[in-house]
Design a protein around this ligand. Structure first.
Ligand code: NAP
Length: 295
């Protein structure tokens, strides 16, 4: 399908995610040039109409918008290092994961080569790229985002601009990853507890999903308290939470399930109680997350 309003794009890095990104551009009817370090990964895309570049420089030169999606920022640096002024006047969107500091360093490297850097973070799996279920966030110069927003929107229904600081996209990705692993670890520990009594993990799913959704509904109120710095216990106090945490530790130990995770969770609450916050709501724990335990 050709889309006459769709400008050309380049995608560098054709791993699982890069292939999905290039596929979404092609489905949008955009002339799409692709390049990958290891030959062969572009074949399916070429069959769909992509043009395979012979080098990184040739790929960058092919479009005003260059999307890079490789393993990490070191790989991005390695790709950019040998380039001369070919980035001049182009916008490089980096969707490779990393830290906020790495994003700022890459922005500097791109600027030295005359390019404009837009940092992105993908909060989606390859199968959802190009659909309403995908979210990709961006940070860096607003004008570059606005200029290329129509192309970027075809990658994810949830396309959002976060601000001028190049580090913001990565920082949001890291925050969401922390959230994701804490939810998954809680699910796995719960499944291990139930499994000790012969209950299948699948049987746990309906209640687990309800739990995740219930906690999700608390977030606005918690966020307001964190932003205002006041934590009245509207539902239950940290003291009450701590008492229930002791049950989780005891149950784990009795059933022979690893109790390290609930012990750690309990230790976090104990710090808050020792700091005089036992009568406050759970959001008061933010004070202990803000500084390293050793500080
Ligand atoms: P992947 O399938 O392992 O692909 C990695 C890609 O990086 C390949 O194209 C690989 O090239 C390239 N690469 C690695 N080191 C390189 C180097 N030194 N020079 C040039 N190219 C290099 O990984 P992926 O799933 O596509 O993930 C790519 C990025 O997207 C990662 O930063 C990841 O965290 C992020 N991301 C992925 C997902 C996901 O669900 N997959 C979700 C969110 C974010 P070769 O083919 O030559 O090895």
């Amino acid at each position: 399908m050709s889309n006459l309003d769709a400008g050309p794009v380049t995608v560098i890095g054709l791993g699982l995610m890069g292939q999905a990104l290039a596929g979404a551009f092609l489905r949008d009817g955009r002339p799409t040039t692709v390049w990958n370090r290891t030959a062969g990964k572009g074949e399916a895309l070429v069959a769909q109409g992509a043009r395979l570049a012979g080098s990184v420089g040739e790929a960058v030169a092919a479009a005003p918008l260059v999307v890079v999606c490789v393993s990490d920022h070191d790989a991005v640096h390695g790709l950019l290092e040998p380039l001369g002024d070919v980035l001049d006047g182009r916008v490089l969107v980096n969707l490779s994961s990393g830290t906020s500091q790495a994003a700022r360093e890459t922005a500097g490297q791109v600027a030295k080569r005359g390019g404009t850097y837009l940092a992105g973070a993908i909060m989606a799996v390859p199968a959802t790229i190009g659909t309403a279920d995908a979210t990709i966030v961006y940070s860096g110069p607003r004008a570059a985002f606005d200029q290329h927003e129509p192309a970027l929107r075809c990658l994810a229904g949830g396309t959002a601009y976060l601000g001028a600081d190049h580090g913001l996209a990565a920082l949001h990705e890291v925050a969401v990853l922390s959230l994701m692993w804490n939810i998954l670890n809680g699910f796995l520990h719960g499944a291990a507890l139930l499994g000790a009594a012969g209950v299948n993990a699948s049987a746990f799913v309906p209640l687990a999903k309800e739990g995740v959704s219930t906690v999700g509904a608390w977030l606005e109120g918690y966020a307001r308290q964190i932003d205002e710095g006041a934590y009245p216990a509207l539902d239950s106090t940290i003291d009450t939470h701590l008492a229930a945490m002791e049950h989780v530790v005891a149950e784990s130990e009795t059933l022979g399930v690893d109790a390290e995770l609930p012990r750690f969770v309990k230790a976090l609450a104990e710090r808050a109680v020792a700091g005089g916050r036992g009568g406050d709501g759970y959001a008061a724990m933010i004070e202990w997350f803000r500084t390293p335990a050793s500080a």
